[in-house]
Design a protein around this ligand. Structure first.
Ligand code: URA
Length: 245
């Protein structure tokens, strides 16, 4: 039986790595190869058996989707909510793929959240064995002491065990307003971990946002907005997880 031919940009777009318009740009820039040859002609027909690479990365997961989302506060990290509250997948009504969040951010926490339909990728990102670093910015009640920073950096005992060493950077402190703005980077993902780490010293977290997830950040993405990860970024995230196992 003859194999079905399809236009290259359509196949790339259908693979979930980018939009058709962006796929056209990638082709014209010479960043796409078919069976090892650079193809710059839009509309080139390809067969399912052709080996297509975008930026050197094979299109091996045609139905996989990877999204970087800037979650606003007051949105549930779930695909449904029995109380009818807004959930993260409500932001993607146009997607036919059944995506789900990678790990979770609290209802009151904003920031970088990945969504995908690739269970293996989600597992790699969240498994404690793969120590992906996550950076948060937190506004705390009270004045974070140097000694407290040192203890957080070494690890502290919470009710579910000792925390791994964290990186902590105080950005500003206001004695009059009795508040501290701090960045904290952790490699674990326990429930409400950052809030509990500061609560250990009596500091309530009044605002919390995740600003980095491994090499990914929120540059150019406002709360409620999203973008797809590039094939290169997906590959980088996978490699990072594997190298840290
Ligand atoms: N730590 C928290 O306390 N909350 C989050 O949402 C993420 C990390």
């Amino acid at each position: 039986m003859a194999e079905q031919l399809d236009r290259l940009q359509k196949v790339i777009a259908r693979s979930g790595v980018t939009s058709r318009r962006k796929a056209e740009g990638l082709i014209e820039e010479g960043r796409v190869t078919v069976n090892g040859e650079v193809v710059k002609t839009l509309g080139t027909k390809v067969r399912p058996s052709d080996r297509i690479e975008v930026e050197g990365i094979p299109l091996e997961n045609p139905d996989k989707v990877y999204i970087l989302f800037h979650k606003p506060t007051k949105v549930i990290t779930s695909v449904s909510d029995d109380k009818g509250r807004t959930v993260v997948t409500d932001y993607f009504p146009q997607l036919k793929e059944r995506i789900f969040p990678v790990g979770r951010l609290d209802y009151e926490t904003s920031g970088l959240l990945l969504l995908t339909n690739d269970g293996e990728f989600a597992n790699q990102m969240t498994h404690p064995r793969y120590k992906i670093k996550k950076k948060y910015v937190a506004k705390l009640k009270g004045y974070l002491l140097r000694e407290e920073v040192k203890q957080l950096e070494k690890g502290i005992m919470l009710d579910d065990g000792k925390t791994a060493p964290a990186q902590v950077k105080v950005k500003s402190q206001d004695r009059d307003k009795n508040s501290t703005l701090v960045e904290i980077t952790i490699s674990e993902g326990r429930n409400r971990q950052v809030r509990r780490m500061f609560a250990h010293f009596g500091h309530e977290v009044v605002k919390l946002s995740r600003i980095e997830y491994g090499p990914l950040n929120l540059k150019g993405i406002n709360a409620g907005d999203a973008r797809e990860l590039s094939p290169h970024e997906v590959k980088m995230m996978r490699n990072m997880a594997q190298n840290q196992s």
